[in-house]
Write a protein that binds this ligand. Sequence first.
Ligand code: PLP
Length: 392
Amino acid sequence: MKTIPNFDRIGEENAFAVLARANALAAQGRDIINLGIGQPDFRTPDHIAEAAIQAIKDGHHGYTAATGIPVLREAVSADLHKRYGVEVSPDSVMIMPGGKPTMFMSILMFGQPGVEIMYPDPGFPIYRSMIEYTGATPVPIPIREENGFAFSAEETLALVNDKTRLIIINSPANPTGGVTPKAEVDKFVAGLEAWPEVAVMSDEIYDQLIYDGEKHVTLLNYPSIRDRLILLNGWSKTYAMTGWRLGYAIWPGKLYDYARKLSVNLHSCVNAPTQYAGLAALTGPQDAVAHMRAEFDKRRKVVVEGLNKLPGVSCIMPKGAFYAFPNVKATGWKAKPLANALLDETGVALIGGPDFGVLGEGYIRVSYANSTENILKALGRMGDFLVSRKAA
Ligand code: PLP
């Protein structure tokens, strides 16, 4: 069979390959500590799981509207109002099977040969993968350690031109844990006034995982770009629901109907019991969210302190999400061989920075969504390894 060119361009998320390799090693009896995959190690809170079970018992087994059950769309709108004081009509809320489908659809809508789509580098690998799949030109927005891994409005705006159709931004960020300060977002939005044809996709999936008393700045709070803003969010990270596949998008204007049609063509709807679980998550007690955030916060400090004691490693304190992104340049190792050797030789699974973009070289991503005990054990193994092994 002839090759299909678009599929030669589509990429992947190496975190899943590392997870498969870590699981295969564990199945052989190896003691593996997984600091690779980005998902909370907590169980979904009981009242959320119970709501899904009850929904099945109540007969919610059929298709729902492609856009989601109305009561859940209303709950998303109310939740955004409560947390950010922002007005979002339930008619612009679409329930999606996870966070990823929103990036897939929005890049598919704008991407085609001849246009440019901007995305953070280092950043979530699916952005670039999907941009390349559509034939659009990927234009990386540099995310720099010396900037605390926040994006720079000035550097970003300098890259916008007549071909730019979509800018993807992500704060709090994967893989760096960087958080963009309000002043920088203000500058970015003000600069966009000169580019009314450029849409923005703001990936705010980690909005509730932010530390040191900082407040998340949602792009929804900027009226001047609301008619061209796509918001990506969901339940995966906030409520420990990665495997449920539940997210939501806010689509502006006619993009809502395009996304609805794509949903009808693709998945019909999100499974009904999961939508009821999502409703319980938003309308029920939020103490589990506060508890998980407090735990991640403690581990964040443990992991950064431990990483900074390793030879050749330095790590700035991440302000959000559940990732540390230490600089490993002074170890003499390239990041990917280091991540591979750490898994093979010490059983610690992590992700090499280049899996998140060219500017990820010299860094590794350490997910601290694991117990403090495991984090300390992993740091011990990494320390022994770096002392005894020469760079490959
Ligand atoms: N956006 C970012 C920045 C992420 O890190 C992830 C998951 O790792 C997603 C979106 C996807 O979330 P979901 O699992 O809900 O599809």
